[in-house]
Design a binder for this molecule. Sequence first.
Ligand code: CMC
Length: 434
Amino acid sequence: MSGSAPGSVTVTLDGTNHTAKMPLMAGTIGPSVFDIRKLYADLGVFTYDPGYGGTAACDSKITYIDGDEGVLLHRGYPIDQLAEKSTFLEVAHLLLNGELPTREEMAEFERGVLHHTMVHEQLRQFYNGFRRDAHPMAVLCGVVGALSAFYHDSLDINNPDHRRISAFRLIAKVPTIAAWAYKYSVGQPFMYPRNDLGYAENFLYMMNAVPAEPYHVNPVLARAMDRILILHADHEQNASTSTVRLAGSTGANPFACIAAGIASLWGPAHGGANEAVLKMLAEIGDKSAIPDFIAKVKDKNSHVRLMGFGHRVYKNYDPRAKIMERTCHEVLDELGIKDDPLLDLALELEHIALHDDYFISKKLYPNVDFYSGIILKAMGIPTSMFTVLFAVARTVGWISQWKEMMEDPLQRIGRPRQVYTGHSQRDYVAVGAR
Ligand code: CMC
């Protein structure tokens, strides 16, 4: 395939040159892309890209990643500046609406979110249908999906007011639903949200407080939680976001789409990795066992991976991992944890991996999840809730991407093609003759 006239590409098929119209599209930053929409009409062939590593499925103004340089921008703002200086709700406004809010806009946005934190009382009944030992991601997925049965007044996806209120409802209610999933698993009473508290503070309150005594949320931990939420808020077209977009492209309501996103996030290659990192550290157990573990990771037949390492897009240090590591030290200091064996083990593992040719040659660096599990564990969050917390944060990214898609006049149903490798047509054979 070679470039020819501007906007077209010459392709050699079976020894014959064919010209197809494939305009080059340029983003604001980042590599240009071929627009292949006319390829099938012009040449009668499709493109093949399992895992979509070389395919842009949409254009978006929300998040930019330069994986080689380790850069992450939300609406142009670097993630480290947002994590240091902003708050989760301010970042939510930025992702949803495109700009950092003025003081007045922020007050209105906060009011909008915080006045939707309660869930319909009937929804409490749903929890009783789950086993107490159900994974909280299973509960989250089910209960968030059920929200569409409660808010019929805001399900017209073509109405901007409905889209706005659904976004508020999701951002506000997901922490309540998540905290209740935890309370249910430990048999404690559900704590109703408190709208006088900040977003992260309220989540920690609903997780940790009990009605029998007052509970004060540690401000350092609330700030750390807020930062963890910021770091997980959006990450352009990852698997769960693409799932939300694909579900949304059919016209499904936003609650159903976010439930689909939660299901997609659950896997250990995606949001389940922070839980998997802690399990891995527990299995390694001691620094002396690291060489054996690394040998297993390198053995292709073992199917063991160094969890919290590697990324589809980052071929450099994930910028979120650096901030996460700093936050980890802050949290451990605040909690007076001088020597955390898990952190020691993680640091040693990281050091060894960063100097090992296997990881260097494959450009495998720590990702956001390598340290987040250690922080959350130190904060007393149970391991099974780690991915749930990721989902709480990512709800903002999902709903922002869904909203952007719904406002895009070029939006159409998502429908990948395939290379069919099955039987060609054959005749049915009666059961006795098979
Ligand atoms: N440990 C060991 N080897 C790895 C790892 C790892 N964590 N990640 C990739 N590789 C190897 C892989 O075996 C392959 O080797 P080869 O070329 O010899 O076959 C090569 O690196 C490329 O791997 P890949 O699976 O083709 O890469 P991918 O882009 O499809 O996968 C990933 C990306 C994140 C799924 C993968 O790196 C992984 O499984 N990491 C561990 C799980 C993890 O930490 N996930 C969290 C991602 S960040 C949070 C989020 O966005 O959800």
